[in-house]
Structure formats: C-alpha cells, structure tokens
Design a protein around this ligand. Structure first.
Ligand code: NHF
Length: 412
C-alpha cells in the first residue's frame, strides 16, 4: 500500500504520544514493505524533504500568517492571544502540505489512502481525500473537550466534528474514546478501536545494568532501601500531578517513599511551590527537563512503582512503557481512561491498581496497595510485561492498523 500521513509531530520533533505513535507505526509499515509519505510541521529550520528510516518526510517551512489571521479571526480565536500563532502555524502547515501534495507530488504518483492525526492534521487530510479520491482515515488520539476538561476551543471542536463527518473511517485508541466520540456526534459504525503500543525489546528491563539504576537513584538521593515512585508526563492539569504531590504528603508514615516527577509543562512553578509549602523537598524530586528516550527508560528501570493519576487519558503510552519495563502501575481510572483498558486491577493477572485521580487519599491508598503487597508488587510488574508482549507490541498494533486500512480500501 501507498499511504499518506498528516502528523504534526515526527522525529526529530516529538511532543507526546501522537508523535510516538506515528513514528512507530510508520516504521512498521516500512518494515512490512509499504510506502509511506508523511507531512509534518516545520516551525524551525529542519530540512523540507527528508528520508527518515524509509519514510518520505515533507516539512514545508512555515511562514507566519498570524497577523493576517488576526484580521478575520472570530472572537473565540482572538482570545487565544499569543496562542493564535500556533493555530496559524497548524493551518498553514496543512495548507502548504496539501498544496505540495497536489502541485508537485501527485503528478506521476498514485496513493491508496490518507491517514490524518487529530485536528492538527485533518484539514490537509480532507483536501487530500477530495483531490486524490482516496479514502480518509481520521486517527483520533484525543479530543479538545477531553484535553481541556470541557473548557477548550470551539474552533478546534468544529475541526474535529468536520473530520468525523468527512472521514471514511475513524480509528481511535481506546474503547473509552469510542464512547466519548459517539457523544460528540461521530457515527459509531465508522469507528474502530486500535490500542497503542510499545517496543518491548527497547523497553526491556533486562537490558539495563544494576550500576546504572543505582547511580540514578543516588543522583536523586534515593537509597536502595527507599521505594522510588515515578511519574512521567506533561506537567499539565489533566495529568493529576498536583493531587499526586498531595497524596505523598498524606503518606507521612511511609518515610521510605520517594517520588520523582519527570516532565515539562505549564504547572512546573505551581508544583515546585506546592512541594515547598508541604515541606516535601526531601521526598519529592521535580525534574523539569526534556530527557531522551534512553534516560526515560533508565528512570523506569530504577523505579519501584510508576504512578500516573491522569483525569483524562485516551490511551497513555507511558503506562505501556512502564508495564513493558515490568513495573507495577497505579493509574487514574475515572472518566475517559485508556489506562483502565491496559491495567488489570485484580486476580492472578493483576498488573496494577486503579485509583480515583481526583482524590489524593485514593491515590495514597493505591500506592499502599502495591508497596504493602508481596515483593512490593514486583509480581504485578511481571504480569504487566506479559500483558504487553501479548497485546501491546507495535507489531500487533500495526498489523491491526494495516488490516483496517486494507478493509477500507477494498470497501471504497
Ligand atoms: O496515548 C497517542 C496518545 C495517547 O493518551 C494519549 C494522548 C494523546 O492523550 O495515541 O495521544
């Protein structure tokens, strides 16, 4: 098959799970002999045409139209203030990409399908569908309503709704998301659920040396006897980090608990102040810097338990990574939660604990369930890795995706 992707994130620019997903999926598509052409956002000075491990990458250079947009933007968009630049760049990226596709690329080439990721790539996807006459997949990794807890942009919601109408198939990342999308007016029959994945040979606990883990713990001031809890993710409201810090404060009797928070985001100052106010400087280490993948893997390996108290998580690749590293996980399981589908919370296949992320006491309870369990829950980690090998490898996920592409091409 010859497939076009519109993914605003792609190496070397990875922002979150969407970027990880398209990187891994396209790698598998190439390995399996398919052709992939991908349009991505170029806000800097990256090469406009590139080959990334077999993927033909196009990154049209963005020109700043935000002052022009400001003239005709409606009140809602104007309220974005400085953020309008981002909106302008996203729209411009879609326009330049669709234009390059139509003016330069399709002259002597044929494609089978276009897959557009989130609102950030859907407008380019729609144009490609209409001009090339190929089926359109709208890949929904998250929604504006969910991300913003209902306080988001109506304009983005309109993009998403249009994408749902125009797409021939909607792929989303959990059953929870499928239900959510139907409440937003997406046709249930169009939707297919395909979970995300992880590379279990890269996220492999046996690959990491003891000395490396010990050195990292020492760097955080964590001894072998301490219990290292790890949070990985963006420091933004829906990830629940504030409640996590409060939970640690309520676990006074467990002085062996040390939490490492690894991530960047707009809440960094608030979290720092909270740690200070609650006098948790000795027990909570806040590391607000971008770390590369190997360093992230080392952090998982060095930890005893990974804790992810998101309020909203369409899928949550961090949890799959932690499970692949054979770590027990304590996860937010209220509202739209892909974690709930990943983590078995009881029985002999248990791999972690479900908690209410809105309640610090419940987060504390979840942590205690693991650390007071036999071997401090190591057995849950072993179950987690088994579950990953069976259900969440990129090989399994890409096989499902390719099947869905094929079915759609045959139908259209
Ligand atoms: O895993 C990739 C990712 C998800 O839950 C994540 C999210 C954004 O919010 O599908 O997309």
């Amino acid at each position: 098959m010859k497939i076009i992707h519109f993914s605003w994130e792609f190496p070397p620019t990875i922002v979150g799970g969407l970027g990880t997903f398209t990187t891994e999926l396209t790698r598998q598509l190439i390995i399996q002999g398919h052709e992939v052409l991908l349009f991505t956002l170029n806000r800097g000075d990256l090469p406009t045409t590139d080959n990334w491990k077999g993927v033909e990458v196009h990154r049209p250079k963005i020109v700043d139209f935000s002052d022009i947009y400001r003239i005709f933007a409606d009140d809602e968009l104007k309220k974005w203030g400085e953020g309008l630049r981002f909106f302008s760049d996203v729209v411009t990226y879609n326009m330049l990409s669709a234009s390059k596709l139509i003016n330069q690329i399709v002259n002597d080439r044929k494609f089978d399908l276009v897959d557009a990721h989130d609102w950030l790539g859907i407008t380019g996807g729609i144009v490609a569908k209409e001009r090339l006459g190929v089926p359109l997949v709208f890949h929904m990794h998250s929604t504006e309503k969910g991300r913003s807890m209902g306080k988001g942009s109506r304009t983005i919601e309109d993009f998403e709704y249009l994408g749902g109408q125009m797409a021939d198939r909607v792929i989303t990342v959990s059953y929870a998301m499928m239900e959510h999308l139907t409440t937003l007016g997406f046709e249930r029959d169009k939707i297919r659920v395909i979970w995300n994945g992880v590379d279990p040979s890269k996220y492999n606990p046996h690959r990491i040396k003891e000395e490396g883990k010990k050195a990292l713990r020492r760097r955080y001031g964590i001894t072998d006897e301490d219990v290292m809890l790890l949070f990985v993710g963006r420091l933004t409201g829906v990830k629940g980090v504030i409640n996590l810090v409060k939970a640690i404060a309520s676990l006074k009797e467990h002085s062996e608990l040390k939490l490492v928070i690894l991530g960047v985001g707009e809440l960094d100052v608030e979290i720092k102040n909270l740690i200070k106010d609650l006098e948790l400087e000795e027990r909570v280490k806040l590391r607000t810097e971008f770390v590369d993948e190997e360093e992230r893997i080392l952090n998982y390996a060095a930890s005893d338990l990974v804790i992810l108290p998101s309020f909203y998580e369409p899928f949550g690749i961090v949890c799959t990574e932690a499970m692949s590293m054979a770590k027990p996980v304590v996860v937010g399981a209220r509202g739209i939660s892909g974690f709930k589908e990943q983590v078995i919370p009881d029985g002999d296949k248990q791999c972690g604990v479900h908690i209410n992320p809105h309640d610090p006491e419940d987060i504390a309870w979840g942590i205690k369930q693991v650390i007071e369990s036999e071997d401090r829950g190591e057995w849950m980690g072993v179950n987690g890795r088994d579950r990953v090998l069976e259900n969440f490898s990129w090989e399994v996920i890409s096989r499902e995706t390719i099947k869905t592409y094929r079915e759609l091409i045959e139908e259209c």
